[in-house]
Write a protein that binds this ligand. Structure first.
Ligand code: HEM
Length: 447
């Protein structure tokens, strides 16, 4: 990870993301949205976008600002765009949620908020995307993790474009074409967002982070390239085929079925590589982050199995909420929380002790954390997510609320550990702040 400079606003993205996550979990625990309301209800849309944009996308953008330059060995293009992008995304999300609240009758019928929100969000994501794409473009690396990020960004723009079209249609503009998209295109928006943007990017990042944190040999460009190809084909078939089916008024099921088969192939290829990375690691004792990431991978495999069983029994539509919950909380959020635990420690170490390397005795990265304390919060998090998934499958809304409450408590526990790491609270004196070092700020990095 050394070799790139610190990204100033990555911690701010993480902080904003975590605030949205905890707010969404609190709403779920309070019984707001699905399963107490319909899946397509405005209440559910509020919670879904707090999680998908506020938490998952913000955390991913913050991580990519730090990670992509390291990956390609070039500084971030236009690093000064990070803060305006954060402000645009936050303003856009607030407007989107207000638009959904207007749809739900909590606010006057200000439906113009929806296209306004789409404009702000597209502007924010464009700044993020342009900065990352131009960073990769300047380096032109061989096919590898950076190309997963590029495929993820293409999917992000597809998601945002579809979301924008829905917003125009809901506000009463856009005519028949946007109306047809709103009627049938929501699965395409969800697949491009959760599958293309978040899952493909997380896969690419993990192809690099897992070998780094476990000291495993890389699986090789050819193998990761196959996963990238299969994953991109999955999203491409789903979105392009889906749009064609909507345009020609043909059924969309054949397209979604073909995409599902490709998705299985992608997961099989990825699963094979992840298992090889764990098996061939040189660091025999797993650190907490890689152990918890394994629960994220297990949740992904469980989601694939669940999806297959639901499709085979013809009950996918009935249980799509449980499936999406497991993908969003077990796989994506689980993996991101596990990796944040290491990334925050590493970046904090680099910021505090990097300037004094070689000039004073200093702690190791692992001295910034106390894994035993964090482990119990992670355990509570994953167990509650799995209990919550089962509660949704058996239509037990009250049990789901208890699970959501436990997830919120576990998240707060994990966040407390992140704050202690940032404050160097676990580093024993006299190593804590040797000469030439300063304690980092909580919410941004001194670069
Ligand atoms: C520019 C950004 C975005 C805008 C303007 C937007 C807008 C919308 C709108 C208007 C709907 C509701 C359609 C309806 O049922 O009436 C929707 C649904 C949905 N969006 Fe987004 N969205 C955006 C980004 C995202 C992202 C990045 C993700 C995921 C990573 C996402 C995930 C979803 C999902 C899963 C649904 C279906 C929710 C449900 O039916 O309960 N959206 N979006």
């Amino acid at each position: 990870m050394v070799g790139g400079s610190l990204s100033r606003w990555t911690m701010s993205y993480f902080a904003v993301a975590i605030a949205w996550l905890i707010a969404a979990e609190a709403l779920m625990a309070a019984g707001f949205g699905f399963p107490n309301a319909d899946l397509a209800s405005p209440d559910t849309l509020v919670v879904v976008h707090m999680i998908c944009i506020g938490w998952l996308s913000m955390a991913m953008c913050g991580a990519l600002f730090q990670f992509v330059p390291v990956l390609v060995g070039k500084p971030l293009f236009a690093a000064r765009w990070q803060l305006p992008a954060l402000l645009l995304l936050t303003a856009g999300l607030v407007a989107l949620l207000a638009g959904f609240m207007a749809l739900g009758g909590y606010l006057p019928a200000w439906l113009w908020l929806l296209p306004l929100a789409a404009g702000l969000l597209v502007a924010g994501f464009t700044l993020v995307g342009a900065s990352l794409v131009l960073t990769v473009w300047r380096a032109r690396p061989p096919i590898g993790p950076a190309h997963f990020v590029l495929a993820g960004l293409v999917s992000l723009f597809t998601t945002a474009a579809l979301g924008g079209a829905f917003s125009w249609a809901l506000a009463g503009y856009g005519g028949q074409a946007f109306g047809a998209l709103l009627e049938s295109g929501i699965p395409l928006h969800a697949i491009a967002g959760l599958g293309g943007w978040l899952t493909l990017t997380a896969m690419g990042v993990s192809y690099r982070l897992l070998p780094m944190f476990m000291l495993s040999p890389d699986v090789g460009g050819e193998r990761s390239c196959m996963t990238l190809f299969a994953g991109s084909a999955t999203v491409g078939v789903a979105v392009a085929g889906g749009l064609l089916a909507i345009g020609t008024e043909a059924g969309i099921n054949l397209v979604l079925g073909s995409a599902a088969i490709l998705a299985f192939a992608t997961l099989a290829l990825y699963g094979r590589d992840v298992i090889a990375l764990y098996r061939n690691r040189k660091r025999r004792r797993l650190e907490l982050n890689t152990m918890m990431a394994a629960y994220g991978f297990t949740s992904l495999a469980a989601a694939a199995l669940l999806g297959a069983v639901l499709v085979a029994t013809g009950s996918f539509a009935t249980h799509v909420g449980a499936f999406a919950f497991l993908v969003a909380f077990g796989w994506l959020s689980g993996l991101i929380l596990a990796k944040l635990y290491k990334i925050v420690a590493f970046l904090t170490w680099l910021e505090a002790y990097g300037p004094a390397i070689g000039r004073a005795p200093m702690p190791r990265v692992q001295d910034l954390v106390t894994e035993r304390r964090a482990a119990k919060w992670f355990a509570l998090y994953f167990v509650s997510v799995w209990v919550g998934t089962v509660a949704l499958l058996v239509h037990q809304a009250p049990a789901f609320r208890y699970a959501a409450l436990a997830i919120a408590i576990a998240t707060i526990g994990i966040v407390q550990e992140l704050i202690r790491t940032r404050r160097l609270a676990y580093v024993a004196e006299p190593l804590r702040l040797p000469n030439g070092t300063r304690a980092p700020r909580l919410l941004y990095s001194r670069t």
